[in-house]
Design a protein around this ligand. Sequence first.
Ligand code: GDP
Ligand code: GDP
Length: 433
Amino acid sequence: MSIVAIVGRPNVGKSTFFNRLIQRREAIVDAVSGVTRDRHYGKSDWNGKKFSLIDTGGYVKGSDDIFEAEIDKQVELAIDEADAIIFMVDVETGVTGMDEDVAKLLRKSQKPVFLAVNKVDSATRVNDALEFYALGFENQYNLSSISGSGTGDLLDDLVKVLPEAPDKEEDELPRFAVVGRPNAGKSSFINALIGEDRYIVTDVAGTTRDSMDTKYNRFGFEFNLVDTAGIRKKSKVKEDLEFYSVMRSVRAIEHCDVVVLVFDATRGFDGQVQNIFWLAHRNNKGIVILANKWDLVEKDNHSVKDFEKYVREQCEPFVDVPIVFISALTKQRIYKAIETAVEVYENRTKKVKTSVLNEVMLPIIQAYPPPQHKGKYVKIKFCTQLPTPYPSFVFFANLPQYVKDPYKRFLENKLRENFDFTGAPVTVYIRKK
Ligand code: GDP
Ligand code: GDP
């Protein structure tokens, strides 16, 4: 999926615009050197073309100097990462020095830039907007983020420059994305598996690549290992490492089948790791958690159990996820990790025959039917698995609206108990028969 970044000074209306466009908001909280910044990304589509939108807002408050440096960084990040950039300015303030600086940086880049002159709420402001042509962009769009006027014209042109999503090839290999925070040990893990330092080999100066794929064969199973660690090593924007790597993870997660989430067991399953975990979950991916650097953890008889319990508590209610304790350094259990990822892949693509499904589930439902609602009985007579890329099941009922979430969770748990979907998402729908 393409990435579109919105850049511009504070208060020009970036988040207003962002919120208008996105359907689902994902918070990326970025804690660097004690300063917490909120940045957001979300999904949007226009004329059937889907894209991820990044709001690069959330600036560090401080002197103007810091301010400007910060905005420069955001712009560099956008130039590196985005397929197209929306540069937002504010007609109320007119062209400012900071706008000119940003414009200079953007004009030097090869990326398509769409100048959005915001807060053009009335006809008189259309005239005021003319001064922004001085910034030197061909594509200028007058709009009002609050009312939405003019946004359609911008989006019409924007989606035209976004690359077409490649058609998924029939024989495309399963994709396992290795994600996690910086220094969790992602590259060590991949290098331990493939036994060489590929960064030196494949490092092509001046190119930005998403992530690196390594075709990998193990246990007679062939798949692509997607490495999200490689590129950020040459980022010029060191302070943005965290955000950078999260963005990279976001893309890799969206395009994979199984997320291999590596975290540093000496640091814990913290908020940033949890963000990635939920992102994977919301995207309906398979998940394997790798507690890495286990060689550094002092162990007694309870360690694994206690640690596992602690991690699962952070994952609630999605606790049916495998956790493997590994050391990328000593290679302890690294093949077990891959084997587990393969199992999760198989669980996620598992298809249960309708006859078997009904044979197992109907007696369970009969023994423990949905609770009565307003004196009415809910009857579930039949269920089947849907042909989706991840397990989802539909249960047909006479009064589907009376089946509430706790009962759906009960059905999910019974499906998990009986068919083993460990590491895979399971979605339950109740429909009118
Ligand atoms: P950001 O800092 O660039 O993300 O800016 P915000 O989205 O927070 O907006 C800053 C202020 O501008 C808020 O008070 C908004 O209500 C206001 N604003 C945003 N878009 C418009 C617009 O199209 N017209 C007007 N009049 N005000 C707007
Ligand atoms: P990445 O940023 O997630 O790719 O992390 P790296 O693979 O670059 O690892 C970060 C640091 O942690 C390096 O100094 C590694 O040597 C170290 N490291 C990685 N895995 C392990 C491990 O299992 N045990 C120990 N002791 N150190 C590790």
